[in-house]
Design a protein around this ligand. Structure first.
Ligand code: ATR
Length: 269
């Protein structure tokens, strides 16, 4: 197997650690490299990867959207999410997919059995990650999504994914809706190391509601700590990153790898 992750900058990507772990675990002879590609060189460099016999590559900032026009085919998930994070190369042709929604859903399912069709979710944030998560929840048949974002126009755009199921509320009134939901999901960058914290009063949230955060540095964000302290089930953000990598590894090797605590530890180091 010959694969990698393309981006610019690329040195912070955790993907090489994840894929190398699985290559070692499954005793597969292969390589997974970080490949720095400047935006202006994207097409030329990708043709080089194809000619070098790559099985595919992951895609990160800033190429997730520009890669569309270079792919020969792009699947439904990538189109709806508006970004490609995984490319599979077959017969010199590029097939673009997006595994972020899969990663989010599988992370939750791996922590507890859940029937999303019976759940209402409150989602904080309306950026790229939010779009993938909304797509994933809609695919799972979620009952309702209450969506809020500091910039309301961005939430309005995401509502188009399913106007019947998505309801938009103002950022300032989010706490008033906590008593209506079974899932609380932070998709904003608030709470991330060196960013502002997410300030939210969870008083109105049912103690059975599941709370999850896509931020994983720190792993226990103040949102998750607050939720855990009042007895809510929580799911940390690192699992989304680990699970989104699984379908890519499967596409390149034929093996669907598992997410383990050991892998999580290695990635968090
Ligand atoms: P990603 O791809 O990780 O989703 P993004 O598309 O840049 O990143 O989205 C970042 C999200 O965090 C957005 O919802 C953003 O809100 P805006 O759309 O209003 O910018 C949210 N966010 C970032 N800083 C914020 C802050 N200080 N207060 C509230 N929301 C914030």
């Amino acid at each position: 197997m010959k694969a990698g992750v393309i981006g610019y900058p690329i040195q912070h990507s955790k993907s090489p650690v994840i894929h190398q772990y699985w290559l070692d675990k499954h005793k597969i002879n292969g390589s997974y490299q970080s490949i720095e590609i400047k935006p202006e060189n994207l097409e030329v460099k990708i043709r080089e990867l194809v000619n070098q016999g790559y099985n595919g590559f992951n895609v990160t900032i800033p190429h997730k959207e520009n890669i569309f026009k270079i792919c020969d085919e792009v699947n439904e998930a990538a189109k709806k999410i508006g970004a490609v994070n995984t490319v599979v190369i077959k017969d010199k042709k590029l097939f673009g997919t997006n595994t972020d929604a899969f990663g989010f859903i599988q992370n939750i399912k791996s922590c507890q059995p859940i029937d999303f069709s019976k759940k209402k979710a409150l989602i904080l944030g309306a950026g790229g990650a939010s779009r993938a998560i909304i797509f994933g929840l809609l695919e799972e048949g979620v009952q309702e999504i209450i969506l809020t974002n500091r910039t309301i126009e961005k939430a309005e755009k995401l509502k188009q994914l399913n106007p019947q199921k998505i309801k938009i509320i103002n950022w300032e009134e989010k706490e008033n809706f906590l008593n209506q939901v079974d899932l609380l999901i932070n998709t904003t960058s608030l709470g991330m190391k060196d960013q502002n914290p997410l300030t939210i009063n969870l008083e109105n949230l049912s103690s059975k509601a599941l709370v999850t955060d896509i931020v994983y540095n720190p792993l226990m964000t103040s949102l998750l700590t607050q939720a855990k302290d009042r007895g809510n089930p929580i799911v940390t953000g690192i699992g989304m990153l680990l699970h989104q990598a699984r379908p890519a590894f499967e596409a390149w090797t034929g093996i669907m790898p598992e997410v383990t605590k050991d892998l999580e530890q290695k990635v968090l180091l």
